[in-house]
Design a protein around this ligand. Structure first.
Ligand code: GLN
Ligand code: ZN
Length: 755
C-alpha cells in the first residue's frame, strides 16, 4: 500500500496567528506562555489537518518561531558565536535576538531560500562554532505529536545544505573542513530521535537541485554513511528542480528513501526508476508545492499507477516540496467567485489531494470518486473558460515578432535628444518612486476599502498627497520628480487590480520571513489592459511642476515573479502578455506628455533559474519582455528602470541589453562596490547608484554621500551619473526623509562644483 506524507505544512496559521503572537511578544504585550500556547495550538491544528485527511505521518520539525534554518542551528547548538549565547540554554528571546539583532549585535543576515520568496537566516561559521547540541524544542514537539496519537516523521534541514548555505565569517579555510563537526552534531540529534522511537527522519538536501562542484558531490557519500548508523530511517528530500545528474549517487547513498520533485522535475522519473534499489522508498512529489492550482488528479494517478506496480508500499505520495510556499486554506477565501475558487488548492486542499491519490491507488477509488470527479470537472472547465482565453491577447502574442523590441536609435543618439529636451544639470538628482506612506494615507485607503469614503473623496485625498510630495521635492531642489505613489498599496497589486487575468485572495498569506507575510496575487488568464492605469495620476502630477515628472510602472518580470503564475503556459508567455499591456501604458504616458517613464524591475535577478545552464533562456525572454514594454516610445522619451540590492556582475550583458536610458540600483550598503562591475563592463547608459540606505531611519550626512559619489565617479563617467536613494521611501517617515534628501541634493551640488 502506497503511503502519503508532506514535507512540511505552513506554520504561520490560516489567520496569521503566529505572526500576531510573535509580534505581540516582541512588543512586550504578551508573555512567553501566551506565545508558546499559540505555537502549540497551531502545531496541533496542522497535525490534525494532516492526520484527519489520512496522511500516514504528520510532519514534525516544520514548525519554527522565525525560520527553519535558524531552528536547525538552535537544535545543533550552532548559533553564531558573536552573540555569546550558551547554545544549550538558548531562550526564545535569545533566538529572536539572533534573528533581529539588538543594539549591541546586528542581526544575522537573511537571504532568499533558493528561488522562493521565503528568506532564511544565513548560518555563520567561525573557528569556535560548535555543533555539540542546543535546544530541545524538536524533541519536545515530537513528544507533543506522539502524545496526541500521531505517527510522526521528523524533518530536518540536511547537513550539507546547512553548510552550503552558510557563510564563513572567520577562521575556516573551506566550509567542508568543518563537515566532521557538523556530522557529529547531526549524529547526536539522530541518535536522540532514534531513542525517542522516531521511525522516519526526512532530511532535506535542496542543494542537490543546484549545480554542485565535485567536492560537494563527493561529500554526500561519507556524510550519509556516517548518519545512517544508529539513526532512524532517513528519507533524503530533494526539490525545486530535477536532480537527474545525481541519480547514481541517490541510488547508492545509504538512506531508506529519496523524495523527488516531479512537478519542477517532471521528466526525471524514468532515470531514477531503472535499478531503483529494492527496499528503498521513492517519494513522488506530484502535487505542486509552489503554486496554488488544483491538481489534475487523473493525470497524477496515471503517473503514479506504474510506480505503484513496481514499488508497492515503497511508493510514497507527496507534494513537490514543503507546503510552506502556499497559503494555508482556501476555505477562508470568501471574496473569490466560485469559478476561480474551484480552480485552486491551498495547503489544506493539497493535503486532501495527496490522500485522495493514495486511496485511489490503494483500492479505495470508489471512496474518493467524488473528489476525482470534482477535480476533473474543475480542470476541464479551467481549460476552456473564456476568462482564461482572450483571443485578442493571443493574436497579439502570436505576432509579437512584428512589434519592435528595440528603440528607434541607439542610446548615444537618444541621450543627445533627451539632454536637449530636459536640460538637466550634471549629476541629476531624483527618487525611486514612493514617498512615506503615512498612517493617514493607510487609514484613508482602509476607509475607502471598507466603503466609508467614496471614490472621489479617496482620489482627492490622494491627490492632496501628490501635491504635497511635489511641493516638498521642489523645496528640496530635486531635478527629476516623482509623484510619490500614495495611491499604491503595493507595486504589483496596484497594477494587478487593473489588469484582466489577475485575481486577489482575501487571506492567501505566505510567510516571507520571520513574522512577515506576503499575499501574492495570482495570474489565471491572458493578461489584458482594458484602459490606461496610471496616466491620470502622472498627468496630474506633471501639471503641478515644470520639472520632469517620471511616470512609474512595475515591469513584466516583477509582475510575474511576485505572483502565483499560470501553470498552463510557459512563464515567458505570461511575461510577454504583461509586457504588451505595459507597452500600451508606456505609449499612453508618452502621448499624455510624460517625458520620463520608469519601469521597475526589482525582481529581475531573482527570476534566475537555479541551474546556470538555464540562465540564458530566462535572461533572453526577461530582457525581451522589458524591451517590449519600453520600446514603443520616441528617442527623446527617457526610459528608466530600477533594481534593488542584488549581485549584477554575472548578468551585466543582459542588464545592458535592456537598454534603459537610466538604471537606478541599490548600492549604498555595499559601499558602492556593486558599481565596480558596471565600471569594468563599461556599462554604456546612464546609471544612478543609490547613495543612501532607505531601510533605516538613519539620516546620512552630506559628507557620507559625497564620499560614495566620489567613489562612483571613479567608476562611471560624470556625464552618465545620477544621484538618488537606494530605493523607494515608502517605509520611512517624513522628517528623516526631508533631511536625507536635502543632504543628498547638497552632496550633488558640491559635486557639480568639483568638475
Ligand atoms: N517605485 C517603487 C518604489 O519606490 C520601487 C520599489 C522597489 O524597488 N521595490 O516604491
Ligand atoms: Zn528598489
Amino acid at each position: 500500500m502506497a503511503k502519503a506524507h508532506i514535507l512540511g505544512f505552513p506554520r504561520i496559521g490560516a489567520q496569521r496567528e503566529l505572526k500576531f503572537a510573535v509580534e505581540s511578544f516582541w512588543r512586550g504585550d504578551t508573555g512567553l506562555a501566551a506565545l508558546q500556547e499559540t505555537g502549540k495550538t497551531l502545531r496541533q491544528r496542522h497535525w490534525a489537518i494532516q492526520a484527519e485527511a489520512g496522511l500516514d505521518y504528520v510532519a514534525v520539525g516544520d514548525f519554527a518561531w522565525y525560520d527553519q534554518v535558524l531552528n536547525t542551528l538552535a537544535l545543533l547548538g550552532a548559533v553564531p558565536t558573536r552573540f555569546k549565547f550558551d547554545p544549550e540554554r538558548l531562550t526564545l528571546a535569545d533566538y529572536f535576538t539572533l534573528a533581529r539583532g539588538n543594539p549591541e549585535h546586528f542581526a544575522m543576515e537573511m537571504t532568499k531560500w533558493f528561488d522562493t520568496n521565503y528568506h532564511y537566516l544565513v548560518p555563520e561559521f567561525t573557528a569556535d562554532i560548535s555543533f555539540d547540541g542546543g535546544v530541545d524544542w524538536l524533541f519536545e514537539e515530537n513528544a507533543e505529536a506522539v502524545a496526541l496519537g500521531h505517527a510522526t516523521k521528523v524533518t530536518l534541514v540536511g547537513p550539507l545544505s546547512l553548510l552550503y548555505l552558510g557563510k564563513i565569517k572567520s577562521g575556516i579555510a573551506n566550509k567542508l573542513d568543518i563537515l566532521p563537526k557538523v556530522i557529529a552534531g547531526y549524529q547526536k540529534v539522530l541518535q536522540r530521535l532514534q531513542d525517542a522511537g522516531v521511525e522516519w527522519v526526512q532530511i532535506d538536501e535542496p542543494i542537490l537541485a543546484l549545480e554542485l562542484d565535485a567536492a560537494w558531490r563527493a561529500a554526500f557519500e561519507p556524510t550519509y554513511q556516517a548518519l545512517s548508523v544508529g539513526a532512524p530511517k532517513l528519507l533524503l528530500a530533494t526539490y525545486f528542480d530535477q536532480v537527474r545528474e545525481h541519480s547514481v549517487l541517490l541510488r547508492s547513498l545509504p538512506v531508506a528513501g529519496v523524495h523527488l520533485d516531479l512537478v519542477r522535475g517532471a521528466g526525471q522519473l524514468p532515470g531514477f526508476l531503472q535499478d531503483w534499489p529494492s527496499e528503498r522508498v521513492l517519494s513522488a512529489g506530484v502535487v505542486d508545492g509552489r503554486n496554488i492550482w488544483r491538481t489534475d488528479l487523473d493525470s497524477a494517478l496515471t503517473l503514479l499507477q506504474p510506480l505503484q506496480a513496481s514499488l508497492g508500499e515503497r511508493l510514497w505520495i507527496s507534494a513537490s516540496c514543503s507546503l510552506l510556499h502556499v497559503p494555508v486554506d482556501l476555505a477562508h477565501e470568501n471574496k473569490l467567485d466560485a469559478e476561480l475558487k474551484g480552480w485552486l488548492a491551498f495547503a489544506t486542499q493539497k493535503v486532501a489531494e495527496i490522500t485522495a491519490l493514495k486511496r485511489a491507488l490503494n483500492g479505495e477509488a470508489k471512496a474518493v470518486e467524488a473528489q476525482f470527479t470534482a477535480a476533473a470537472l474543475a480542470v476541464a472547465a479551467r481549460k476552456i473558460s473564456p476568462r482564461i482565453h482572450n483571443p485578442l491577447v493571443q493574436k497579439r502574442l502570436r505576432q509579437i515578432d512584428l512589434i519592435p523590441a528595440t528603440r528607434n536609435n541607439v542610446f548615444a543618439e537618444r541621450i543627445v535628444k533627451q539632454q536637449a529636451r530636459f536640460k538637466l544639470p550634471a549629476f541629476p538628482t531624483t527618487n525611486i518612486g514612493s514617498f512615506p506612506q503615512t498612517a493617514d494615507i493607510r487609514q484613508t485607503r482602509a476607509q475607502y476599502k471598507r466603503g466609508e469614503i467614496g471614490h472621489l473623496d479617496y482620489l482627492n485625498r490622494m491627490r492632496e498627497e501628490v501635491r504635497l510630495v511635489v511641493q516638498k521635492q521642489e523645496e528640496i531642489g530635486l531635478d527629476v520628480l516623482v509623484h510619490g505613489e500614495p495611491e499604491r498599496n503595493d507595486m504589483v497589486e496596484y497594477f494587478g487590480e487593473q489588469l484582466w487575468g489577475y485575481a486577489f485572495t482575501a487571506n492567501g498569506w505566505v510567510q516571507s520571513y520571520g513574522s512577515r507575510c506576503v499575499k501574492p496575487p495570482f495570474i489565471y488568464g491572458d493578461v489584458y489592459r482594458p484602459e490606461a492605469m496610471t496616466v491620470g495620476w502622472s498627468q496630474f502630477a506633471q501639471s503641478l511642476t515644470s520639472k520632469p515628472m517620471k511616470g512609474m510602472l512595475t515591469g513584466p518580470v516583477t509582475m510575474l515573479q511576485w505572483s502565483f503564475v499560470r501553470d498552463d503556459q510557459p512563464r515567458e508567455q505570461t511575461a510577454l502578455q504583461i509586457a504588451l499591456a505595459l507597452r500600451d501604458e508606456v505609449v499612453d504616458l508618452e502621448k499624455a506628455g510624460i517625458g520620463m517613464i520608469q519601469i521597475d524591475e526589482p525582481a529581475f535577478r531573482e527570476g534566475l533559474p537555479l541551474k546556470a545552464v538555464d540562465w540564458p533562456h530566462y535572461l533572453d525572454w526577461a530582457v525581451k519582455a522589458f524591451r517590449i514594454s519600453a520600446c514603443g516610445v520616441q528617442d527623446d522619451t527617457q526610459i528608466h528602470t530600477h533594481m534593488c540590492y542584488s549581485e549584477f556582475n554575472d548578468i551585466l550583458p543582459w542588464i545592458a541589453a535592456m537598454d534603459a536610458d537610466v538604471i537606478t540600483i541599490e548600492t549604498s550598503r555595499s559601499d558602492m562596490e556593486l558599481l565596480d562591475g558596471f565600471g569594468e563592463f563599461e556599462y554604456p547608459n546612464d546609471i544612478g547608484p543609490g547613495v543612501y540606505d532607505i531601510h533605516s531611519p538613519r539620516v546620512p550626512k552630506v559628507e557620507e554621500m559625497q564620499r560614495l559619489l566620489r567613489k562612483a565617479r571613479g567608476v562611471i563617467p560624470d556625464q552618465r551619473l545620477w544621484v538618488n536613494p537606494d530605493c523607494g521611501l515608502k517605509t520611512r517617515g517624513w522628517p528623516e526623509t526631508t533631511t536625507a534628501l536635502e543632504n543628498m541634493v547638497l552632496a550633488a551640488r558640491t559635486l557639480r562644483e568639483e568638475v
